[in-house]
Write a protein that binds this ligand. Structure first.
Ligand code: NAD
Length: 298
């Protein structure tokens, strides 16, 4: 299956990055969102993003000019998908919004169009039926700062056509991603199946008073050779996300340890506006966190 025209639905935090990365690699990209005002916001963010492509990827002005030429915008769904080979859905992480979107999309997309979901926490089997074309549907999951953290996890549901799956793997590679195929459905894919328990264990050690932030990070860095420890990662992910994940887990399991973590994050971080790298302070202060100093590992 040949992919040339790609529609990105949802131009928020991840959607606009997927759109720009795909256009940068020469595909015709249509950006779709609920109204023109939101699309204008995405457009203005592309200018900032193109600066990051210059700094981080040594992108030339010519490449970036071509990228902008490859991008078009519409808030009309039918128009957005009229010749799409692939639609990448990056609408909010809310099951009813997604189901409603897939139903509307199914009604207007051509038969040839493959649908892919960028959902971080929901399995493709949850939406397969609403797409009206379960064989042509799978998850294609990107990470924040896609141009630098270039993982693309491809995860089908039991009804995904293997040829569609392979097309998504090839497409991911063609937009500069490291393609990571999963053989079966897994909540959290590979990245979060590894990361969430690591970050949870670090918070547990801290809250139970086993060791302080620096000692825990130092242990991980020296023992495994990793460039950062779990608390530095938590600052990148954002304390709000960590708080929400732990809160959901505490509510679901009634685990008192998790509840302690939730209370700790709320009192010491959320209530004080210390939300991680984005707010300039979390477990470390930015732009020059102590774990980057030469003597941190001594
Ligand atoms: N933020 C992350 O770090 C991250 C990382 C990987 C995957 N994701 C996934 O990407 C998806 C989007 O997350 P986000 O953080 O970009 O969210 P976001 O809230 O920043 O963006 C969502 C966008 O979708 C638009 N939207 C809302 N309803 C819509 C509809 N019916 N049709 C089209 N567009 C609609 C909104 O206007 C907004 O522009 C989620 O499934 C999330 O799990 C997010």
């Amino acid at each position: 299956m040949n992919i040339k025209n790609v529609t990105i639905a949802g131009s928020g935090v991840l959607g606009y990055q997927i759109a720009f990365q795909t256009a940068f690699h020469g595909f015709n990209v249509t950006v779709y969102d609920i109204n023109d005002e939101v699309l204008e916001k995405a457009k203005s963010r592309f200018n900032t993003l193109s600066e990051a492509y210059k700094t981080d990827l040594n992108a030339t002005q010519e490449q970036l000019d071509q990228t902008f030429k490859n991008l078009s915008y519409t808030s009309d769904l039918k128009e957005a998908v009229k010749d799409a080979d692939l639609v990448i859905e990056s609408v909010p992480e809310n099951p009813s919004i997604k189901i409603d979107f897939y139903k509307k999309l199914a009604a207007v997309a051509p038969q040839k169009t493959i649908f892919a979901s960028n959902s971080s926490t929901m399995l493709p089997s949850k939406f397969a039926e609403s797409t009206g074309r379960p064989t042509k549907f799978a998850a294609l999951h990107f990470a924040n700062e896609i141009w630098k953290h270039n993982t693309a996890e491809i995860m089908g549901h039991p009804g995904t056509d293997p040829e569609v799956f392979d097309t998504l793997v090839a497409f991911a590679k063609s937009i500069g991603m490291v393609a990571l195929p999963l053989q079966k459905e897994q909540p959290g894919y590979i990245v979060n199946s590894l990361l969430v328990p690591l970050l949870g264990a670090a918070l547990d050690l801290l809250v139970r008073g086993v060791a302080d932030v620096q000692t825990i990070d130092k242990t991980w860095m020296v023992a495994t050779g990793a460039p950062t420890g779990p608390f530095a990662i938590l600052d990148v992910v954002g304390i709000t996300t960590a708080y929400n994940i732990n809160k959901m887990e505490a509510e679901k399991t009634g685990d008192s340890g998790k509840q302690q973590v939730v209370n700790y994050l709320k009192e010491n971080f959320i209530d004080k506006g210390k939300l991680g790298v984005a707010s300039g302070e979390g477990f470390y202060t930015y732009p020059n966190p102590s774990f980057k100093k030469a003597d941190f590992l001594k």
